[in-house]
Design a protein around this ligand. Structure first.
Ligand code: TRP
Length: 447
């Protein structure tokens, strides 16, 4: 067994929940979830997504924390140590590697969208949304997308912020910020849901989100829902393993996972309820794709009384939520580089950040001058997104849960989760069969 790290622990359960929520709640909830719902035809997707969260995401979240807490190390090393201790091949280490690579790939395009959010923060201050109709707002968006220099600026500033925070190692100092700003984001979403109720199209939105038309469901949609369950819970990248490695023995993994999952889900559904009334009220396209929140919400801000203030606050908080998630994407890459190379913490951060930034440039150019498909008919941005969400995250997560359910000793895991007899049976059923088979079935059916 390699050296055990003597890790510091989170100061309390609350601190850990805040850090986990900081990672899980981000662009995935507010930017990605609504547009995926729109593209996939609504409620059927939402319900499949909720099932994936409950029966696959939640157990895998617990599995990742458990591996992290037991391994007390970064994902690649944790998997190796635990596998060695259980007398299993070191190949399990690949699961950790694949996670680190995935985090790097996600960070590259995530930062591009973080840049959009920054630009929209500025645009709200300058009153760019005031009195605009759908066409005006659309032009604002297309103007941004067609301007590589502007996108590069946003992406660079966002990435610099991420690098700055991670390099200074103040990630944990963000706890108090998360504690106040996440609820603020929740409140603001409520205000926007309230606005949605005044549009006269709220009922339509609710029915679009919750009243399923199962005929629109395809294998591809189910895979998209599964992939997004991983994305939104920050699973399959070893990040939750890394967080788990700082977790004290006294913390109940199941309860904590339930809290985090509920918060993440509430924010995503809130975003959907805020956005779709505006879509219906203005006759916008449901399948607008990645631009959806950037062409709906500004429209509402432009028409509301205190629109400038609300718009500014919203995009600021969105940027903040994106930052706390992006930090959690860079962190494991940095830990890895720091450990495997002679580089210092700061240099490792800069090198990893610059790498992701460079790849992000290719992603942002795919929105304008380099829009030709590069592989499988997809541009760079879509390729990075699909490759990670639909393949890397579910596969890595699959191996993590198989590892906990089938490789680690069952009795130890039962005790660690504090399960009684019935609880242990449910856990065994879910972790050995439902979650892994769920991932496998979804994969096969979508091929
Ligand atoms: N969950 C974050 C979001 O919803 C994104 C994210 C952060 C992530 N860390 C991750 C996604 C790790 C996958 C893996 O915005």
């Amino acid at each position: 067994m390699s050296i055990k790290h003597q890790h510091a622990n989170w100061s309390s359960r609350l601190a850990f929940v805040l850090a986990a929520v900081g990672s899980t709640v981000g662009l995935g909830n507010i930017w990605k979830f609504p547009y995926m719902v729109g593209e996939s035809g609504g409620a059927a997707f939402v319900l499949v997504y909720l099932l994936c969260i409950a029966f696959i995401g939640l157990p895998i979240l617990v599995a990742e924390w458990l591996i992290g807490r037991r391994g007390q190390n970064n994902p690649a090393n944790a998997m190796t140590d635990l596998a060695t201790a259980a007398g299993k091949p070191k190949a399990w280490m690949l699961v950790g590697f694949s996670g680190i690579l995935g985090a790097f790939l996600i960070l590259s395009f995530y930062s591009v969208i973080g840049g959009w959010s920054l630009y929209y923060t500025l645009s709200s201050v300058t009153g760019a949304f005031s009195g605009q109709d759908a066409d005006g707002i659309g032009e604002l968006f297309n103007g941004m997308l067609g301007n590589p220099g502007l996108l590069l600026l946003g992406h660079s500033v966002f990435m610099l912020l991420v690098i700055g925070i991670v390099a200074r190692g103040v990630t944990k100092g963000l706890e108090s910020a998360v504690r106040t700003l996440m609820p603020a984001l929740g409140v603001l979403l409520l205000v926007l849901v309230g606005y949605g109720m005044t549009t006269g199209h709220f009922g339509e939105a609710v029915s679009f989100l919750f009243n399923p038309d199962w005929s629109v469901l395809s294998g591809g949609t189910v895979l998209a829902a599964l992939g997004h369950a991983f994305f939104t819970l920050s699973l399959g990248m070893g990040i939750m393993m890394a967080y788990g490695s700082y977790l004290g023995e006294d913390i109940n993994l199941l309860k904590t996972a339930r809290t985090v999952v509920i918060m993440d889900t509430v924010i995503a559904l809130g975003a959907g309820l805020a956005i779709f009334p505006i879509v219906f009220a203005n006759g916008l396209d449901l399948d607008s794709g990645p631009k959806l929140i950037f062409v709906t919400l500004p429209l509402a801000f432009g028409q509301m009384g205190a629109g400038i203030v609300i718009g500014l606050m919203f995009f600021l908080l969105l940027t903040f939520a994106a930052l706390t998630s992006a930090i959690s994407l860079l962190e494991p890459v940095v830990e890895f580089v720091e450990e495997r190379t002679p580089l210092s913490r700061i240099s490792s951060t800069v090198v990893s950040g610059i790498g992701a930034w460079a790849l992000g440039i290719a992603a942002l150019l795919s929105f304008n001058i380099w829009s030709d498909p590069v592989l499988f008919g997809l541009g760079v941005f879509d390729l990075l997104d699909k490759l990670t969400s639909k393949f890397m995250l579910p596969l890595t997560g699959l191996f993590a849960v198989i590892f906990v359910a089938w490789v680690l000793d069952r009795e130890g895991v039962r005790q660690e989760l504090g399960l009684g007899d019935t609880g242990a049976k449910v856990w065994t059923l879910v972790s050995r069969f439902i979650a892994p088979l769920g991932v496998i079935v979804v994969f096969i059916s979508s091929l």
